[in-house]
Design a protein around this ligand. Structure first.
Ligand code: C2O
Ligand code: CU
Ligand code: CU
Length: 565
């Protein structure tokens, strides 16, 4: 079966080409829409209340068509726009009036675990819960959405998602476009039936690949257009789709500047004409419309890209198909600002300060569902214990050669260390992130530290069909964890450490053969050896490896190894 799969992006070069600006893929117009039927883009004004009611509601989504049933938050489809300042307290009482349980997750937030919308903390039908936490994140574009056990995909698809903008003094001090020149754009690709009702009926192929639609909704508006002036605009792109990845560009290949990623401002603007936007990722871009003539239009779209076919099968609206997103109609003189040369300071976490590498292998189980380290999600099982305040590298290895997995970690903002061992990651990925796209057969390392809250959080694939099917784990950030804690042991001991010519490793025996690897922080391998089943120690010769910090990994356990001479 494996050999018949179409291979896709096997090597770093291909991945780099997809991530970079100059792609040679030619656009198709298969799915271009009829421009006469465009609808004015809904731009929500900031929500000022302190309670949400989750309800089933008939909303006017398609002009001149029957009302569409959605899941709404206080009548809003999609959910309202929250605007809040860093340092303020968010407090929102959520009432659940629908027949299913619901939790609301605040994507990207560093917050107490009880406020994170974990599926264990579901609000029962008829119940309510007050989410309350201080905003500690940097200024940026975030969002919130349903995270209900096994029902996240359906509930998000039907509208349980909303935008969140955090402001802080640093960002406010910059001369960036504001007011009508600052437009948040929540993207979702939906399917509708003949009566313009949201059609969420994934087949087994859709569940394996992800459910994708043919209509891009922007802030809940289908076939949207926006009136803009000849000025500089800030667009906040939020991919709230179930599984659609957008290759964002303008139809005329106009250049734009990326100024912020998931966790806020980058250090400086990154100029490009194309941007991959995976599910749950956010990027803010600056676009200059001043060169367009009055009365002209330009389409923001997702241009075609080569995406993997799943075992030779494509769903109805495949990943990578070209799609129109939002038409900008340009009219009138606008405010033209110059783009700041520097935006913010980001201290890169030195990968050498990591205490260990935690590895996650993503694979497809025989039951045709995607797993993390061979297991499916169990709400009551803690899969990893992470010591509070310790810097770690998390390594994600996609063993599937035909599947994109946008990976997301709750309760933290991290930095990408390397893609396939290459530390030279694209400039727009060098800021703070909470989600990244893991390409087929790719290995990505990120670096992080949980130093604000302890408790249980989630890590999962943000393809919502994958997530609902169990591609998710629980991890607990533990303040008492340490070498002697029963829930957390450094399983590999190294003597001597630092070492010079050789080192002795001791570890618990296993029933099966395991691989021992010595890598540097980016994942480059310097030494490899198989450890026979039952073995509890091994001597390794390191005299050929240059001095420096390394990680020694056996199976999924790892520890730091210093070579010094
Ligand atoms: Cu955007 Cu676990 O979620
Ligand atoms: Cu999240
Ligand atoms: Cu996935």
């Amino acid at each position: 079966m494996k050999s018949s799969r179409r291979t896709f992006l096997k090597n770093t070069a291909a991945v780099t080409a997809l991530l970079s600006a100059d792609s040679v893929l030619k656009p198709l117009n298969l799915f271009s829409r009829n421009t006469e039927t465009a609808n004015p883009l809904a731009i929500p004004s900031p929500f000022s209340g302190n309670s949400f009611t989750i309800e089933k509601k008939m909303n006017a989504v398609w002009p001149g068509a029957p009302l569409t049933e959605t899941f709404s938050l206080t009548g809003n489809y999609p959910g309202p726009l929250l605007k809040i300042k860093k340092g303020e307290m968010l407090s929102i009482n959520v009432k659940n009036t629908i027949a299913d349980e619901v939790t609301i997750h605040w994507h990207g937030m560093e917050l107490p675990s009880k406020m994170d919308g974990h599926p264990m903390d579901a609000i029962a039908p008829g119940g309510n819960f007050t989410y309350e936490y201080p905003i500690v994140n940097r200024a940026g574009t975030y969002f919130f959405h349903s995270h209900t056990h096994g029902k996240t995909a359906e509930q998000v698809f039907k509208g349980l998602a909303g935008m969140m903008i955090i402001e802080d003094d640093e960002e406010q001090a910059l001369d960036l476009p504001r007011g009508e020149y600052d437009i948040p754009l929540l993207l979702q690709d939906l399917r509708f039936d003949a009566n313009k009702q949201i059609d969420y009926n994934p087949t087994s192929l859709d569940r394996m690949v992800g459910y994708m639609g043919d209509t891009v909704m922007v802030n809940g508006t289908p076939n949207a257009f926006a009136n803009v002036k000849r000025g500089l605009y800030r667009l906040r792109l939020i991919n709230a789709s179930n599984s659609r990845v957008y290759r964002i560009s303008f139809k005329d290949k106009r250049k734009f500047h990326i100024i912020a990623s998931d966790g806020g401002l980058l250090t400086k603007p990154v100029e490009t004409d194309v941007l991959m936007l995976a599910t749950a990722e956010r990027y803010e871009i600056l676009v200059d419309f001043s060169a367009y003539a009055d009365g002209s239009s330009v389409m923001l779209r997702s241009e075609e890209f080569e995406a993997p076919t799943h075992m030779g099968m494509d769903p109805d609206f495949p990943q990578g198909m070209p799609m129109d997103i939002l038409r900008f109609d340009i009219n009138g003189e606008g405010v033209l600002k110059s783009i700041p040369q520097t935006l913010s300071q980001i201290e890169r976490i030195d990968p050498q300060t990591a205490k260990r590498v935690r590895t996650f292998e993503l694979d497809m189980a025989t039951s045709m569902v995607h797993t993390i380290n061979g297991v499916l999600y169990d709400m009551h099982r803690i899969d990893e214990t992470v010591p509070f305040g310790e810097t770690e590298i998390w390594e994600f290895k996609n063993t599937e050669d035909d599947m994109l997995h946008p990976m997301h970690i709750h309760g933290v903002q991290f930095q990408i260390v390397s893609r396939n061992g290459n530390a030279e990651i694209p400039a727009h990925e060098q800021g703070w992130k909470d989600t990244f796209l893991l390409y087929p057969s790719e290995t990505v390392r990120v670096i992080l530290k949980f130093d604000k809250y302890d408790g249980t959080y989630l890590m999962h694939c943000h393809n919502l069909e994958h997530e609902d099917d169990g591609m998710m784990i629980n991890f607990t950030v533990d303040k008492t964890a340490g070498v002697d804690h029963p829930h957390f042991k450094e399983n590999i001991s190294v003597h001597p450490n630092p070492c010079d010519q050789y080192a002795m490793l001791e570890f618990p025996a296993a029933h099966e053969e395991r691989e021992l690897r010595i890598t540097n922080s980016t994942g480059q391998i310097f030494f490899k050896k198989n450890i026979p089943a039952g073995s509890k120690s091994i001597q390794i010769l390191v005299w050929q490896i240059a001095s420096g910090p390394y990680f020694c990994t056996i199976g999924r356990e790892s520890t730091k190894l210093i070579i010094a001479r």
